[in-house]
Design a protein around this ligand. Structure first.
Ligand code: G3P
Length: 236
C-alpha cells in the first residue's frame, strides 16, 4: 500500500519525502489553518517545490458553489502543476464538480467519504481516488475498516479504476487493517508513519548487535575493512 503524508508542515515534508517511500502529500482546509502559516498559497507552492513534479499533492477546494469550485480547481491545477489532485468533498454539488473536472482531465480525490455508496457514486463520476475517513467512522460506532473492504469489493465488481486513499487514522493498527482490506493508498500523519516501522524489540535487537560488536571488536566492519588491501586476497 502506498503512503502519503497528511500534513502541511514543510519541515516534516522536507525531512520525510526524500528519505522514506512516500508518494505524496495530502492537505485539507483544517490542516492548512493549523500548519500552513499565514499564506496558504505560498505554503502549497513550497510543498510542491519540495515534492517535485512527480509526487502527488492533494489540495481541497474551499469554494462551495459549483461554478466557483470549478474555477478554483482550474487555478489550483494550473499553478501547482501535474500530479495535483483536487479534493472535492462528496455531496450533490461535489459529485457534479467531480464529473465535470474529470471530463476536463483534472484529477479528483473525492473526500469526506463515510459510506460505500458515496464511494461508488464518486467512482461513477470519475474520481481518481476516494478518501474514506477511518477514525471518524469508528468514532461514531461505525466500522471504518469494513467500509473500506466494502468499497474495495464494489470497485472490483464494477471494474472501476478509482483507488482508495484511506484517511483519518489514529492508530497504526488501523493502517495495517486498511491495507489488508484492499486499499491501495493511505495518508497518515508523521506520528502514525513512525509507528508503522518503530518497534521496541527491533530497537533493543539493534542495540544488542551494536553492543556485542563494539565490546568484542571495538571498530565497526567499515573501519576494519578499510585496513584490508583489496588486491591482496583473491586470485580472481
Ligand atoms: O485529510 C482528511 C483526513 O485525514 C482527516 O483526518 O484525523 O482529521 O479525522 P482526521
Amino acid at each position: 500500500m502506498k503512503i502519503l503524508l497528511d500534513t502541511a508542515n514543510l519541515e516534516k515534508i522536507r525531512e520525510y519525502v526524500d528519505s522514506f517511500p512516500i508518494v505524496g502529500v495530502t492537505t485539507n482546509p483544517t490542516i492548512l489553518t493549523r500548519e500552513g502559516g499565514s499564506d496558504p498559497v505560498d505554503t502549497l507552492i513550497r510543498i510542491r517545490q519540495v515534492l517535485g513534479k512527480d509526487r502527488e499533492l492533494h489540495v481541497q477546494l474551499t469554494e462551495t458553489t459549483y461554478k466557483k469550485m470549478i474555477e478554483e480547481a482550474y487555478i489550483i491545477t494550473r499553478i501547482l502543476g501535474d500530479n495535483t489532485y483536487i479534493k472535492v468533498p462528496v455531496s450533490d454539488v461535489g459529485l457534479k464538480v467531480t464529473k465535470k473536472l474529470t471530463e476536463d482531465g483534472i484529477n479528483v480525490t473525492q473526500t469526506a467519504i463515510l459510506t460505500a455508496t458515496q464511494a461508488m457514486l464518486a467512482a461513477e463520476a470519475g474520481a481518481k481516488y476516494v478518501a474514506p475517513y477511518v477514525s471518524r467512522l469508528d468514532n461514531i460506532m461505525g466500522d471504518g475498516i469494513s467500509t473500506i473492504a466494502d468499497i474495495s469489493e464494489i470497485f472490483v465488481n464494477g471494474g472501476y479504476e478509482t483507488k482508495i486513499l484511506a484517511a483519518s487514522f489514529k492508530t497504526a493498527k488501523q493502517v495495517l487493517d486498511t491495507a489488508l482490506a484492499g486499499a491501495e493508498t493511505a495518508t497518515v500523519s508523521v506520528d502514525i508513519f513512525k509507528k508503522l516501522y518503530e518497534h521496541p524489540i527491533t530497537s533493543s535487537s539493534i542495540d544488542g548487535f551494536t553492543n556485542d560488536w563494539t565490546n568484542t571488536y571495538g571498530d565497526t566492519l567499515l573501519e576494519l575493512f578499510k585496513k584490508v588491501n583489496p588486491n591482496s586476497h583473491f586470485g580472481y
